[in-house]
Design a protein around this ligand. Structure first.
Ligand code: ZN
Length: 286
């Protein structure tokens, strides 16, 4: 008998679409290393680190996700208190829900984000997305329970306030939205900054890590970051050629192809939109 596999395509605002089979659980926690975990809720990934008697939790994702996040932290580290919440960036589909983590695990824990995230989050005035209580501009090192957790700002990339989490001793990183494991960019690259994104990817490549957890999709290694940087470089070159040939944006979206990336997530739906975004940026430079 032939079994049909029902596939749900879930699209999240400002995140990536991903295909989840109907059999996939709504959420799951994956151990990356001793005390280091990826928490996935639907198509979004968070990242948490057990440090001594507590936990540093990056990206609560949503109010619903955060209550599952609390359960999972309690399951793998019973009694852990919240040292800090960290926002990778200001976008609501990753940053919402910190109050749930604080209420359940540590009401006094700071919420840490890049300084440029503060004004945007405060302006949104969303009670489920409290503004950061501690901000930094370039780099911040957190020391909890013998662990060092570094937060690095690599410049504008996807949003102007994206930070990367680095565990230098464990050589593990966590990066969201501006890079992932063999996926094209989200739709027409909303809130992406060019040419800054190229520099941010090059700087990410220089950080000392071997494994990297992403805000969407499966974890990878340094080579995934190299492939993502090459993808944007190839996209830029292909669209530059289209601009030089005098193609319109519509023509470029129809004609530009990068077959070597056809197997990547999102290629079918989003690649033409990536072309449009690159075209608009290049046209604005002329
Ligand atoms: Zn985002």
């Amino acid at each position: 008998m032939r079994l049909l596999s029902l596939t749900l395509v879930l699209c999240m605002c400002a995140g990536f679409c991903a295909e989840l089979t109907a059999q996939a659980p709504e959420y799951e926690t994956t151990r990356i290393a001793d005390g280091v975990y990826q928490f996935r809720y639907r198509t979004h990934n968070a990242f948490f680190v057990i440090a001594g008697d507590g936990v540093v939790a990056v990206d609560p994702i949503s109010v619903e996700a955060a209550s599952r996040y609390v359960q999972e932290i309690r399951r793998v580290a019973p009694g852990a208190k919240l040292h800090a919440v960290v926002y990778s960036h200001d976008h609501a589909d990753h940053a919402t829900g910190a109050n749930v983590l604080r209420r359940e695990l540590g009401p006094d824990a700071p919420i840490i984000a890049h300084v440029a995230a503060h004004a945007k989050i405060a302006a949104a005035s969303n009670p489920d997305l409290p503004p950061p209580t501690l901000t930094f501009s370039d780099r911040l090192a957190l020391h909890f329970g013998g662990r060092v957790i570094e937060l690095h700002y690599l410049g504008k990339s996807h949003s102007d306030n994206m930070i990367v989490v680095l565990l230098p001793a464990e050589r593990i990183a966590f990066a969201v939205d501006f890079v992932s494991n063999d996926r094209v960019g989200f739709r027409d690259l909303p809130d992406y900054y060019f040419p800054d994104l190229f520099d941010a990817l090059a700087r990410l490549e220089q950080l000392p890590f071997d494994r990297i957890v992403f805000g969407h999709g499966p974890p990878g290694d340094k080579r995934a970051v190299v492939r993502q940087r090459r993808y944007y470089a190839d996209l830029r070159e292909a669209v530059e050629q289209a601009v030089r040939r005098g193609l319109s944006e519509d023509q470029a979206a129809r004609e530009v192809r990068l077959p070597q990336y056809e197997s990547w997530g999102g290629y079918g739906d989003w690649f033409p939109l990536n072309v449009r975004a690159m075209y608009r940026w290049l046209a604005s430079q002329r």
